[in-house]
Design a protein around this ligand. Structure first.
Ligand SMILES: C[S@@+](CC[C@H](N)C(=O)[O-])C[C@H]1O[C@@H](n2cnc3c(N)ncnc32)[C@H](O)[C@@H]1O
Length: 221
C-alpha cells in the first residue's frame, strides 16, 4: 500500500495515509464503540477513509450479528450504521475516493446494484455525511458553515434527521465551562437544530440522491 501520493501533497496538506495495522490498533482503543451500530464517528481529516471504512466494517459486523436473519432489519440497520459515520476532507479527490470506498463496503455487504433504492439512499447519506471542506475553519469548500445531519432510526423503515452546525457543536463545551458568560444556558439552547425533517423512508432518501452520471443528458454529466 502507498501511504503518500506525492511529496508536494505531504508538504502542502500533511497527506500521509495511516497503515491498516495502526488503524486497527487505534480503533481497538475504543473497540466497544466501533462495534456499536449507533455510535457516531467523525474523522475530521478523513483522506480516502482508512479509519471510516474500518469503522463501517465493524459496525456492519454488528448488524450481521443482530439482524443478519432479517432482510428488512439488515438493510435498515446497515443504512443506520452508515448514517453514523462522518468525515471532513479538504481535497476533492480524497473525499470522492472516501465516498466511493464507503459505498463499496456497504453495497458489497448487502449485495446491492445501482438500481436498488437502498444504493441510492446510501449515496445520498454519504453525500451529506462526508463533507468536502476545511475542518479547521469548519466551512465547506464553497464557504458555507459545515452542518452535520444527526440521523436516527425510528423503526418500521423510518429515519429521522436533524441538522446541526459543527461550529456550534464544537463550541458547546466552552459555553458550559464554569464562569463562562453562557454557563446559564440550557443544553437545549445550544443544541438547537438548524433544520428538522419529517421522518423519511429509504425510498424518500433515495429520491434525494443525485442521478447517476450515466443517466444524465450528456451536457450535464
Ligand atoms: C495525515 S492524512 C490522514 C488521512 C486519513 N485520516 C488516514 O489516516 O489515512 C491528513 C488528511 O487531512 C486532509 N486535511 C489537511 N488539512 C485539512 C483540513 N484543514 N480540513 C480537512 N482535511 C484536511 C489532507 O488532505 C489529508 O487527506
Amino acid at each position: 500500500m502507498n501511504y503518500v501520493k506525492s511529496k508536494q501533497r505531504v508538504a502542502d496538506h500533511g497527506e500521509v495515509f495511516t497503515p491498516p495495522w495502526l488503524v486497527e490498533a487505534m480503533l481497538d482503543l475504543v473497540k466497544a464503540e466501533t462495534e456499536r451500530i449507533d455510535s457516531r464517528f467523525l474523522e475530521p481529516a478523513c483522506g480516502s477513509g482508512n479509519f471510516l471504512v474500518r469503522v463501517l466494517q465493524r459496525k456492519l459486523a454488528a448488524v450481521e450479528l443482530k439482524y443478519g436473519k432479517s432482510e428488512f432489519g439488515k438493510r435498515h440497520y446497515a443504512l443506520f450504521a452508515l448514517m453514523c459515520c462522518y468525515g471532513i476532507e479538504l481535497l476533492a479527490d480524497n473525499i470522492a475516493e472516501c465516498r466511493t470506498n464507503m459505498l463499496e463496503i456497504f453495497t458489497d455487504y448487502l449485495d446491492l446494484d445501482e438500481a436498488d433504492e437502498l444504493y441510492r439512499a446510501a449515496s445520498y447519506v454519504l453525500s451529506q455525511n462526508l463533507v468536502h471542506g476545511d475542518a479547521l475553519k469548519m466551512r465547506t469548500h464553497d464557504d458555507q458553515p459545515i452542518t452535520f445531519a444527526e440521523w436516527g432510526y425510528l423503526g418500521k423503515g423510518k429515519f429521522q434527521r436533524r441538522d446541526f452546525r459543527l461550529d456550534v457543536l464544537t463550541g458547546s463545551s466552552a459555553f458550559s465551562a464554569q464562569g463562562s458568560l453562557f454557563a446559564h444556558l440550557g443544553r437545549h439552547e445550544i443544541f438547537t437544530p438548524t433544520k428538522t425533517y419529517p421522518p423519511m423512508t429509504v425510498r424518500e432518501l433515495a429520491a434525494l440522491a443525485a442521478p447517476a452520471a450515466a443517466s444524465l443528458p450528456i451536457e450535464e454529466a
